[in-house]
Design a protein around this ligand. Sequence first.
Ligand code: TTP
Ligand code: MG
Length: 385
Amino acid sequence: MDMDAFYASIEQLDNPRFLGKPVIVGGTSKRGVVSTASYEARKFGVHSAMPLFEARRKCPHAVFLPVRMGRYREISDLVMSILEDFSPVVEQVSIDEAYVDLSGHSRRFPNPELAGIEIKKRVFSATSLTCSVGIAPNRFLAKIASDMEKPDGLTVIGEEDVDAFIRSMPIRKVPGIGMVTSTTLESMGVVHLGDIRGIPVERLNRKIGKFGKRLHGLSMGEDDSPINPHHSAKSISSETTLPADTSDGQLLKDSLFFDAEIVGERIRKKQLKGYTVTLKLRRSNFQRITRSITLREPTCATRVIYETGVRLLDNIRGTHKYRLIGIGISNFIDEDKQTQLSLFGPFQDEVETSWENAERAVDKIRDRFGRNAIKRAKFIHKKDP
Ligand code: TTP
Ligand code: MG
């Protein structure tokens, strides 16, 4: 299941005067990129990840709106909870997309198509938003099916359709195949996914790396990757396009702190802890840089996430100017499964968990009284004590 034009549809829902109009979500500054565009705006060639200035050129009469993450997450949680009524095995893979394992529910849903219809109905009645559903014998085919009749689609690929489907599937539309790989494959005479079957796996591996083996399996309709409800999020991250390119360490760190707080709040809410902190930067020439550190102890503390980000930043910053900075955490474990004790002994452990507890208390205060009810002293301005 994948929601249609997710952020843009929510904006249209909350502001009915935008219904039927091109809506482009992605911040209002000149410097950002498009998060998503309503289907009305897509007709003009606007799409996710396009620089906003280009979107403005293609569709000057569109409504441009900033991202309201909190609101989108609220609706996302509602949709995900509906999916959980259909099966306990739900794997959320992004804010608006999830896999639902209906196998083993053949008594409740003897006809999978009816389950799809029911999911769409329930999502619509709870949110007034449409989604697209793909039903298939495996994960890979379900993903493709969900995309085929967007928006408001429902596509079923039955066992008996798989072969014909794979033969007619253009190779460049296969998820995971980028421009480079599809060009390589096309130079080998591959037009459809089915054409892969005739190529020996070793040759594929030589040409396109280890994805070759998996692709060969997919071309035979084989994909045994399970739907794993515990892999719901593989990473949590937040990033900010700065108001102007800067090499100022303090400005970069303040921006980093803001994103670390968002990441910290989200990981605590999900009751996870993560081992790996990743810093993401984009230089003024758009060059991307990412650096990671894997911690000895998993964390959910904003402070630890932030300080790890600062360590990474100090290692690479130099005199370059940056236009974007962000931070993420990955490599999760469930908080309550955490049994391993600190390698540094009780003292370090106490310091760390006391911060986590303090931050959890801050989360509760903000939930109840709003974001600005409590903040770090360093962010209190003199004129606003
Ligand atoms: P998608 O499901 O890829 O896109 P969508 O829901 O807007 O449109 P559709 O599925 O109908 O094609 O992504 C879900 C949301 O994630 C999207 O509304 C905005 C956000 N997003 C970004 O912020 N940046 C991106 O590059 C992409 C692809 C999505
Ligand atoms: Mg979507």
